[in-house]
Design a binder for this molecule. Structure first.
Ligand SMILES: [Ca+2]
Length: 417
């Protein structure tokens, strides 16, 4: 009895003392989440705290709002230049200089000290209205010998506009382009000026993956599901614009042989996984339902039949389905939308915890997403540079283990040690 009284008194005394003494606990500790499978990684509550637009249930645990992660290695962020005009695509030359496209139709060479070169012209009739313009850029894997650059752009004709792929040689003094040639057009042309895609990356065989969009119209949206057109697709072409010889529909006369995968809405992010060689992509959902997809040959990614988003009016997309047999589930999705754009895997060991993580520029979200992916499963999400208020359009890794990101506001950031 006496012991119990003492215990109760001690408890009250402790509570009294705790309430008097300022609690010196890092508030972050309150956010820690236990993930037994990865005991060596510190996880936090999910970074997304806003209310979702939809009430879909994910198809599997961790498909959305995964645990948060936080970079512990010290890194700095600096502005390389703020003198760009609507930059869209960035890639890194073997000499460490950056090639950056500007939507209005300029190519710029930017040096790591922030020197911005003059506008390099030489492109054909670009439709730079709406979401169109000079879009992405990829450097030839053999650049040191062939000097070739590959571009996506919205090409204009009397029929409307189309996502197209072109190539040109960069002069050795890096001031001009030669022999710009269109090698592929994702037909049909359409009068609208939205949802062109479009990213372009080389695969490990030296072929080009190109993403296109559904052209942002109810009239063209269904094109993403049919294989007789180039809208809403991942295409795989040779550097001459021919279908890659082992493409899945190469022997089917009624289909576009350039198609590698389909059922996409507006893919503005493509990246090759450094270890597996797999193609990863993101896709802008409507209201909610932005996706991350591991792209496999011949697969249907569901748009506009399945989606974790809704129309901007709040009405369902089609029958309001998020899952259907024969259609791929996103490996990860965001609701509300962050509007994912250009992305890259971090392949350096300079910031060890970033190695093989995926970094994605977010437009609407105004941050850079870092995803930790293990065995093709997203296990953690972090948001970087959210204090900048910028729309991050594309991101690339420099030669010394830094990341470089460009924004719609014309800024190029360096993020690294
Ligand atoms: Ca999908």
């Amino acid at each position: 009895m006496k012991i119990q009284k003492i215990r109760i008194l001690t408890l009250f005394l402790s509570l009294f003392l705790i309430s008097c003494v300022p609690i010196n606990v890092d508030p972050i500790d309150d956010d820690i989440e236990e993930v037994p499978k990865y005991p060596n990684i510190i996880f936090y509550v999910p970074v997304e705290t806003n209310k979702p637009n939809t009430d879909f249930s994910p198809a599997f645990g961790g498909q959305t709002r995964i645990s948060g992660i936080r970079t512990t290695t010290a890194y700095t962020t600096s502005v390389v230049t703020n003198q760009l005009s609507e930059p869209w695509g960035i890639d890194v030359l073997p000499n460490g200089d950056f090639v950056i496209t500007e939507k209005s139709g300029n190519l710029r060479i930017v040096k790591s000290d922030g020197t911005v070169g003059p506008a390099i012209k030489g492109f054909p009739d670009i439709n730079a209205g709406g979401q169109g313009g000079l879009l992405d850029i990829a450097i030839s894997p053999n650049f040191e010998t062939d000097r070739m650059l590959y571009f996506t752009l919205s090409l204009r004709s009397s029929l409307g506009s189309v996502t197209a792929v072109g190539k040109a040689g960069l002069s050795t003094d890096q001031t001009s382009l030669s022999n710009f040639t269109i090698i592929y057009e994702a037909t049909p042309y359409f009068s609208g000026v939205g949802h062109y895609g479009s990213r372009i990356v080389f695969d490990k065989e030296g072929h080009l993956f190109v993403s296109t969009g559904d052209r942002q119209s109810l009239q063209t949206r269904e094109n993403a599901q049919s294989l007789d057109n180039g809208h809403g697709k991942i295409l795989r072409i040779t550097t001459d614009g021919q279908p890659a010889p082992d493409n899945p529909f190469i022997d089917q006369a009624d289909k576009h042989k350039e198609i590698y995968a389909y059922g996409l809405r507006n893919t503005q992010g493509l990246a090759i996984h450094p270890l597996t060689g797999d193609l990863w992509s993101n896709d802008m959902g409507p209201q909610g339902g932005d996706e991350l997809n591991l792209i496999e040959s011949s697969k249907n990614y569901g748009w506009p039949i399945i989606s974790y988003g809704e129309e901007y009016t709040g009405l369902p997309i089609g029958e309001g389905l998020s899952q259907k047999d024969g259609m791929e589930q996103p490996d990860y999705y965001w609701d509300p939308s962050i509007a994912p754009s250009g992305m890259t895997f971090y392949t350096s060991k300079v910031i060890p915890e970033w190695e093989n993580n995926l970094f994605i520029g977010a437009l609407r979200g105004s941050h850079i997403i870092r995803l930790m992916i293990k065995d093709n499963i997203v296990i953690g999400e972090e948001r970087l540079l959210s204090d900048k208020g910028e729309r991050f359009r594309d991101i690339a890794m420099g030669l010394n283990g830094e990341l470089y990101a460009i924004t719609d506001g014309g800024i190029m950031y360096r993020i690294g040690k």
